[in-house]
Design a protein around this ligand. Sequence first.
Ligand SMILES: CSC[C@H]1O[C@@H](n2cnc3c(O)ncnc32)[C@H](O)[C@@H]1O
Ligand SMILES: [Zn+2]
Length: 434
Amino acid sequence: MNILIKNVTLLPMGEKIEPIENTNIYIVDKKIEHIGYLRGDIKVDKIIDGKGKVALPGLINAHTHIAMSLLRNYADDVPLHKWLTEKIWPVEAKLKAEDIYWGSMLSIVEMIQSGVTCFSDMYFFMDEVGKAVEESGIRGVLSRGLIEESGDNSEAINNEKLEDTKNLYNNWNGKADGRLKVMVAPHAPYTCGPSYIEKIMKLADELGAGIHIHLSETRKEVEDSFNQFNKSPIKHVHDLGLFKYPTLAAHCVHVSDEDIEILSENNVAVVNNPGSNLKLASGFAPVQKMLDSGVCVALGTDGSSSNNNLNMFEEINLAALINKGVTEDAVSVPAIKAIEMATINGAKALNWDKEIGSIEVGKKADLILIDMEKPHLYPKHNIVSAIAYSCQGSDVETVIVDGNIIMEGYEIKTIDVEKIMYNAEKSAKSLINR
Ligand SMILES: CSC[C@H]1O[C@@H](n2cnc3c(O)ncnc32)[C@H](O)[C@@H]1O
Ligand SMILES: [Zn+2]
């Protein structure tokens, strides 16, 4: 379908970052064909009136566990280690494939409604997430989270998990019209021992896939790593050779100068999850310091059980505010940087920036329209500030992914929201009582 968005204000976030007022975006099939003045005879199937709206690249949630929406508001006000071991992992042990499908669908609805066009997920039963991406029209990066088991029969179980990853890659990488990618995901250095990480690296090599991992999230994780390996988690996995593979490292909250140098030298992309880090009392990542050292820092929500939502506008806002507060420097993570983290840096972190992350001619049409005709967005002094500091997820009016309109006039076109809410509630209740 050819779409013409007329008279819109554009925040491109690519080579050029300044807003362009009263322009046109012409989409042909999946791609952006032209931006600006259009002469006469072009073929248009659909015209969208962009007056009073801002076009922004679709937001990229670079680290999440989407089916954890089933556990939203289930276990709160506890720190990470206790939250995982006493609350979350016992329930996750009872998850079935069908739960993952409905939990993922629920989160996809929430993400579309708040302007997310691409997410990077780490969880279980990932075929179900693949199906949910295919049906909804969103874009996604899937990884089967790997936690090493110990005890009887553990070698067979751990090998089976690697086999799951291989199957996931073969079944879904490049599928859904190219909207899906697959990565290999050792959960963390504290849940995967060195020999399992070696096996995981071998698999990444075989598949030609990148790595998605949690790193240096809490002070406890770093202290335990020094006690066990006499080095930080980042130095530990680097010494194992993990960063030879393109790596997406979630959190990196407790990082030393040496850690930052390792991340920068090895082009490791970091995903900052400020909402989750605050809620689990993990701390504050030194985002500006990492950016200054040349590290690509993207943004994520983490799961909606530790956040407790998937609203990337909140993360943009938090990233910009927290860094100013912690550094006592008002120019730390300025508004435009926080928006970059949620768009072009997300695309770079997922190795997808040749195709998405900015609104530029030749790129895939993954973009959102924000309705600026709202009292909390008036007066219109500065669009960049409005998006970072005043916008709410619910201001997103239209969502286009891969050239397809998946939400228009606040209405999702591809999936049945009522049915998803009903089934997700049913799954969540049955999971807890199982
Ligand atoms: C093995 S699949 C992913 C695994 O990660 C757990 N998880 C969710 N949030 C966090 C976090 O902030 N740090 C570490 N692990 C997290 C999730 O519950 C799954 O078990
Ligand atoms: Zn996580």
